[in-house]
Design a protein around this ligand. Structure first.
Ligand code: NAD
Ligand code: GDU
Length: 332
């Protein structure tokens, strides 16, 4: 049996492809390359360029490759973009997940792992949040994901399909072996932006909001290493393949860092004192969000890279590699 990974040319899907390869399981990848990168996918992994909303294409893949599990990463992921263009987010993230689920059910796929997000919770206060908290997303992005969760839960009740919904907190870092990192052009994530500034790809960076009810006034997030998160997918799929019941699970480390703490760590790791400007709050941002991931750990997930400085160091190595590769191309 084979796994289908949607969005496998992206940041988290790509690292999950590597995690499966590392344990000797070769998945297939479906990605429309809207933000993903073809080069992220190792040559021994079958790649199909296409849209997860194309039910017929997905059904063909399911039947031709005897797919027993779909890991669904493909989505648009930028909170402010979702505020500016919500209908596009509901189309890509919710409507197309519906089409994918329809293909999964018609093709008798038994297992489904869905990339959800801490953004479904909204403002949670300073305590860590567990899966029993009521969702109250602040952005169309969060709502587009929560609506997909509801569809999956209902489909799990009605059809022969079991799922794990993983609610990721803030994903960062890069493959410790240097095989992959975040390559999305124009990425908006804090650590990526700070590293690009340290490496002089940007002249300065902004801190969005310094009047939040947090210890230093900037937003607090729980940063999880992408390679640890990738391994959470192995644990989730093993749980389902062993007959485990459907679950909704947080994935984070349970420790929050403020924007200012992250920026200071980037300055320390890179040794560059780059310019920071204070900017107004960014729409759709909760003040603080930290995970309680006890349930995922009970399922067998063991974090191995729970260290902000290491995460930033791995991302820094990758960012430097990207710059070196670009200058080689420019010289040619
Ligand atoms: N990055 C984070 O901090 C974070 C946090 C929580 C949840 N998530 C979720 O994790 C998943 C992966 O995020 P990422 O950071 O790797 O983003 P990414 O943009 O790097 O990857 C998304 C991938 O999906 C592909 N894609 C998008 N729409 C598609 C479509 N309609 N059909 C086929 N392919 C499509 C893109 O080309 C890209 O390769 C998303 O579902 C996101 O909501 C990310
Ligand atoms: O240049 C920047 C970039 C970000 N930030 C701040 O840094 C924090 C983290 O922002 P990111 O954009 O890195 O991440 P988000 O918390 O907005 O969202 C991320 O994590 C969420 C889960 O918590 C979602 O899943 C989403 O997909 C993913 O982008 C926020 O307070 C943001 O305002 C800045 O101050 N300056």
């Amino acid at each position: 049996m084979t796994i289908l990974i949607t969005g496998g040319a992206g940041f988290i899907g790509g690292h999950t492809v590597l995690a499966f390869l590392d344990r000797g399981e070769i998945p297939i990848v479906l990605d429309d390359l809207s933000t993903g990168n073809r080069a992220a996918i190792p040559s021994d992994v079958p790649f199909f360029a296409g849209d997860v909303g194309d039910t017929e294409l997905v059904l063909r893949l399911v039947q031709n490759h005897r797919i027993d599990a779909i890991l669904h990463f493909a989505a648009k992921i930028v909170v402010p973009e979702s505020v500016a263009d919500p209908l596009n987010y509901y189309l890509n993230n919710t409507v197309k997940t519906h089409a994918l689920l329809q293909a999964a059910v018609r093709g008798k796929v038994k297992h489904f792992v869905f990339s959800s997000t801490a953004a479904v919770y909204g403002n949670t206060g300073s305590k860590s949040v567990s899966e029993t908290a009521d969702p109250a997303p602040l952005s169309p992005y969060g709502r587009s994901k929560l609506m997909s969760e509801y569809m999956l839960v209902d489909a799990g009740e009605a059809y022969d399909l079991r799922y794990v919904i993983l609610r990721y907190f803030n994903v960062a870092g890069a493959d410790p072996a240097g095989r992959l990192g975040q390559s999305t052009p124009g990425a908006t994530h804090l650590i990526k932006v700070a590293l690009e500034t340290a490496l002089r790809r940007r002249t300065y960076m902004s801190i969005y909001g310094s009047d939040y009810p947090t210890p230093d006034g900037t937003c607090v997030r729980d940063y999880v290493h992408v390679s640890d998160l990738a391994r959470a997918h192995l644990a989730a799929l093993d749980h389902l393949r062993n007959g485990g019941e459907s679950r909704t699970l947080n994935c984070g480390y349970g420790r929050g860092y403020s924007v200012r703490e992250v920026v200071d760590t980037v300055r320390n790791i890179t040794g560059v004192d780059f310019e920071i400007r204070q900017a107004p709050r960014r729409e759709g941002d909760p003040a603080s969000i930290v995970a309680n991931s006890d349930q995922l750990m009970k399922l067998g997930w063991k974090p191995e890279l729970n260290d902000l400085a290491k995460m930033i160091e791995h991302a820094h190595n990758w960012e430097s590699k990207l710059i070196a590769a670009e200058s080689r191309t420019a010289i040619r």
